[in-house]
Design a protein around this ligand. Structure first.
Ligand SMILES: [Zn+2]
Length: 298
């Protein structure tokens, strides 16, 4: 069928029915993401978290992935969201407003927003536009409006960053700059950031040469020494977990831990040769699997 042959009424009908199907499909996608999330299957596929899986493994943009995660998780707490998504009364970016506000509330007050509160808010923003929803969410939680951090990559690959920080953090940075004033000659916050960053990298990765007599000492001590940890982190640099069926490596660089390839309970030694870097997610997964195996084999 050529679209050119359709008259204006038929085209109007057609797009409306396609959009309805699109919303149904979206609902099915959200249910699928929810299932993958609950079973933490992204770990087995070789990804440190659901977000990385949806971006790198499935092909969503970062924003699309985050909105779908927000919606899939809200769907677990508030099942009526499913109908509202299918009818189009609630859009994904409105769902993200609720979830982001809930995260902000938890960050500032340590209080978890309940499913009932989210349900109530969802009713309030149903059939509203984005700006109206933004106002509803802010007044519901009594949240200040904080401008998001923006990042623009420029032609020479430098990054123009615009961010909002709290008064407390600004004061802390100033105090730290004053304490470092004998080392960093300028007041420039970029110089400060570079200095602090270099220090962190050096502290976490540099290994001092081991005195000769120590080299011959037994390495069978548990757990890993600080030296072994740094050597392994320097060598591996990122999570080494690989999905056995596809060979996909996680490669995550956040929350890295040094793991015994052969576990300590199976007489694995705390040596560099028996060590690998895993992200905390994959380390936990390996631990759960080994704990199950240990349980079954004893
Ligand atoms: Zn990992």
């Amino acid at each position: 069928m050529s679209l050119k042959n359709l008259n204006k009424f038929e085209l109007d009908q057609r797009i409306k029915s396609l959009v309805a199907k699109e919303r149904e499909l979206l609902h099915e996608i959200l249910l699928t993401i929810k299932e993958i999330d609950q079973r933490r299957l992204y770990l087995e596929y070789g990804f440190a978290n659901l977000f990385l899986y949806l971006v790198e493994g499935v092909g969503y943009s970062a924003g699309s992935a985050q909105r779908r995660i927000d919606a899939a998780r809200l769907l677990s707490e508030v099942p009526t969201l499913g109908e509202k998504i299918q009818s189009g009364e609630v859009k994904l970016h409105q769902v993200s407003l609720i979830q982001k506000a809930a995260r902000d509330v938890y960050k500032t007050t340590q209080k978890k927003v309940t499913a009932e509160e989210k349900q109530e808010l969802l009713e309030q923003i149903t059939s509203k536009n984005f700006q109206e929803s933004q106002k509803e969410v802010a007044s519901f939680f009594d949240l200040p409006v904080i401008e998001a951090t923006t990042q623009v990559i420029q032609a020479n690959e430098s990054i123009r960053l615009s961010l909002t920080i709290s008064k407390e953090l600004a004061d802390k940075i100033q105090q730290a700059q004053a304490l470092l004033s004998h080392t960093i000659s300028s007041n420039d916050i970029v110089d400060y950031l570079e200095y602090v960053t270099d220090r962190v990298i050096k502290q976490k990765t540099s290994v001092r040469p081991r005195p000769q007599e120590e080299v011959t000492a037994t390495m069978e001590v548990k757990p890993f020494s600080a030296r072994t940890r740094k050597t392994v982190i320097n060598k591996d640099k990122c999570c080494q977990y690989k999905d056995p069926s596809t060979g996909k490596q996680c490669g995550n660089r956040w929350f890295l831990q040094v793991d015994h390839k052969q576990s300590r309970w199976a007489n694995g030694k705390s040596t560099v040769a028996n060590a690998q870097v895993l992200c905390s997610q994959h380390n936990q997964m390996k631990y759960r699997q080994e704990a199950g195996f240990k349980y079954l084999s004893t």
